[in-house]
Design a protein around this ligand. Structure first.
Ligand SMILES: Nc1ncnc2c1ncn2[C@@H]1O[C@H](COP(=O)(O)OP(=O)(O)O)[C@@H](O)[C@H]1O
Ligand SMILES: [Mg+2]
Length: 359
């Protein structure tokens, strides 16, 4: 089999703490009072305005259960890995848990699925509470946070309401004034200031793709699809017989490309099929919802599209998305299809800008 590659494409979010060159909070004396939180199915990104800079911290949204021993607990403390002792087990959360899952021969557990709290994980909220307490800390006086929420899929918003309310309560208990922001709109807010926040923002994540069509910062149409990164992993695993983890590692490796010329392995071919299905699903859904929309605003000229997210990182994705959207039958012209300059930090940046704007 030729699917294994050990080099992983560099991810913007890999660094535990990074800084952005373009601070949304420049010159704001009380900027450290604001936080933007991207609560994704596979990764959590926290943006904190600090003086004239923005700091980003990323954690994998996953955990493992380890058998309790004083030695294990001491090791987790020494390595600064978030954890909570719980009777005969220790629950460890975040960036390093893939390592433990490998050693123990199991899979990591995930508090979220398809953009919201994972209904089949009994410790879903407990683990998110641990993660958010460690990442965000207790709020000081007047501290504000804005977190990203997905759009409902297929018009059913009951799960999103429960998810949003549960996370809001966790953050309020930490002492924050809490706001929330749609994930697609966060992309627009982070990247389309020069277009007066008018355009289409798309976030291609693990559990979901979120789309927001915005006019002057107001959402015109918002939707999500659950055909995203996890869908690629499970579908390609199912048709090739490889594990989802093997497939995901190949998907994230530098040598996998979506360029239409692949004569690679069956895994590569399966990955290409499902990547293209994601692009097609987004394009067809956008066509349908915009053509059904009865109250389209008077867009003055062609409309820009900005996209972000881990699933969009693969080489060749940009070109295929651009081609599909340019060919789509939409009620207005597309100006261009651009990759977000904040990369994997885009949603957190949009949420941070919104936290500041809500004051
Ligand atoms: N370097 C990469 N190349 C290809 N896919 C990647 C890369 N990094 C992350 N991914 C994929 O992107 C998805 C995670 O993207 P992300 O935007 O963080 O999602 P979410 O916001 O849902 O947590 C996963 O499916 C992951 O496998
Ligand atoms: Mg995300």
């Amino acid at each position: 089999m030729t699917t294994k590659s050990t080099t992983t494409r560099p991810r913007n979010g890999d660094a535990k703490e990074t800084e952005a060159g373009q601070p949304p909070a420049e010159g704001t004396p009380s900027a450290s009072h604001y936080k933007g939180l991207d609560l994704g199915t596979s990764r959590i990104v926290l943006a904190t305005a600090s003086g004239d800079r923005t700091r980003y911290r990323t954690e994998l949204n996953a955990f493992v259960s380890l058998p309790y021993s004083k030695m294990t607990k001491a090791m987790l403390e020494r390595e600064s890995i978030h954890h909570r002792a719980n009777g005969k087990e220790i629950l460890a959360f975040g960036n390093r848990v893939d390592e433990f899952a490998n050693i123990l021969g199991g899979d990591t557990r995930r508090p979220m699925q398809t953009g919201v709290l994972n209904p089949s994980e009994p410790r879903n909220l407990e683990m998110l509470e641990l993660a958010l307490t460690k990442l965000c800390g207790r709020a000081g006086k007047n501290d504000k946070i804005c977190f990203s929420v997905p759009s409902a899929t297929n018009g059913s918003d009951a799960d999103v309401i429960y998810h949003e309310q549960s996370i809001r309560t966790v953050l309020e208990n930490l002492g924050f004034e809490v706001h929330s922001l749609n994930e697609g709109l966060a992309v627009v807010i982070a990247e389309l200031k020069d277009h007066e926040f008018t355009g289409i923002g798309i976030s291609f994540g693990a559990g979901m793709c979120n789309v927001s069509v915005s006019y002057l910062g107001l959402p015109v149409v918002q939707f999500s699809t659950t055909r995203a990164g996890d869908f690629i992993d499970y579908s390609a695993s199912s048709v090739t017989g490889e594990t989802p983890t093997t497939v995901r590692m190949r998907k994230e490796s530098e040598t996998f490309k979506l360029n239409g010329k692949s004569h690679g392995s069956s895994v590569d071919q399966a990955l290409s099929v499902y990547y293209r299905d994601i692009i097609q699903t987004i394009t067809l859904t956008l066509e349908r919802v915009l053509n059904e929309c009865r109250h389209l605003p008077p867009f003055k000229g062609p409309v820009p599209v900005i996209f972000s997210g881990g699933t969009a990182m693969v080489e060749g994705f940009h070109e295929e998305l651009r081609e599909a959207l340019m060919r789509a039958d939409l009620p207005f012209e597309i100006l261009d299809v651009r990759r977000a300059k904040y990369g994997m930090n885009t949603t957190a940046t949009g949420a941070l800008v919104a936290a500041m704007a809500n004051t």
